[in-house]
Design a protein around this ligand. Structure first.
Ligand SMILES: NC(=[NH2+])NCCC[C@H](N)C(=O)O
Ligand SMILES: [Mn+2]
Length: 247
């Protein structure tokens, strides 16, 4: 929590001087500090949480006790009362309303998490929905759900991607997004020009072979490249446009 406390301050400082920030994990517990800091700077915020897991456990529902399985519950307005004794009001008074949260990529949801998601009425596009309607439709529904006036925070857990493209992570789950699907999603978010904060978390270079680590880091870099402007369809600027002669 001390690390998140510092991150909350740091994110606000970064946004005072820059138009965007990137937070690299570490595990997804930093999603709390990163989004909370963002919310203190920009109270009208939308959050897209791209992950295999919902990370919405409460202290009382977590089977692992791992904080990286809880950050979304720290952030949500509708769950704040369950953290009454954690002192969150002092360090992060602004929280996120549930209608400005969309999850993409879920496929390993604990029973209590499933209950919370449905009871609170949170939008989540698990892999079965993605398989049924396809990524373009998921993107459309995501953008429709978010307030067009809001800035966007994208919290990208590398385990959202299938473990064949992102093996070096602590809680890998098969059957995830392909790298192309991940890229499509971040391209669409980027094209809104409203993305102000990004997390990339859960790449763990201590796990797997050297090749696994390389594969995972390369996938993460492709996601970041697209997030921050790379176009697969190509683009040009600052070049000599006279090379083909004048017409
Ligand atoms: N950010 C992550 N990798 N989270 C995994 C969470 C797994 C499990 N639901 C838990 O609460 O422990
Ligand atoms: Mn996560």
């Amino acid at each position: 929590m001390a690390c998140n406390r510092a991150l909350i301050e740091q994110v606000q400082l970064m946004l005072k001087e820059n138009s965007q920030f990137l937070a690299i994990g570490g595990d997804h517990a930093i999603g709390f500090g990163s989004v909370a800091g963002h919310l203190q700077h920009t109270p009208n915020l939308s959050l897209v949480w791209i992950d295999a897991h919902a990370d919405i456990n409460l202290h009382s529902t977590s089977q692992s006790g791992n904080i990286h399985g809880m950050p979304v519950s720290f952030l949500l307005e509708q769950l704040r009362t369950t953290w009454q004794h954690a002192g969150l009001q002092e360090i992060a008074p602004n929280c996120l309303p549930k209608d400005q949260l969309v999850y993409i990529g879920l496929r390993d949801i604990d029973p209590y998490e499933a209950f919370i998601l449905n009871k609170v009425g949170i939008r989540y596009y698990a892999m079965d929905t993605i398989d049924r309607v396809g990524v373009p439709k998921i993107i459309e529904m995501t953008l429709d759900a978010l307030d067009p006036q809001n800035k966007i925070h994208v919290s990208f857990d590398i385990d959202a991607l299938d473990s064949n493209v992102a093996p070096s992570t602590g809680t890998a789950v098969r059957g995830g997004l392909t790298l192309r699907e991940g890229i499509s999603i971040v391209e669409a978010l980027r094209d809104t020009k409203r993305v102000q904060g990004v997390d990339l978390v859960e790449i763990n270079p201590k796990l797997g072979s050297d090749r696994d680590v390389r594969t995972t880091v390369e996938s993460g870099l492709e996601i970041l490249k697209s997030m921050f402007g790379y176009r697969r369809s190509g683009k040009w600027s600052n070049i000599d446009t006279g090379i083909l002669g004048s017409d």
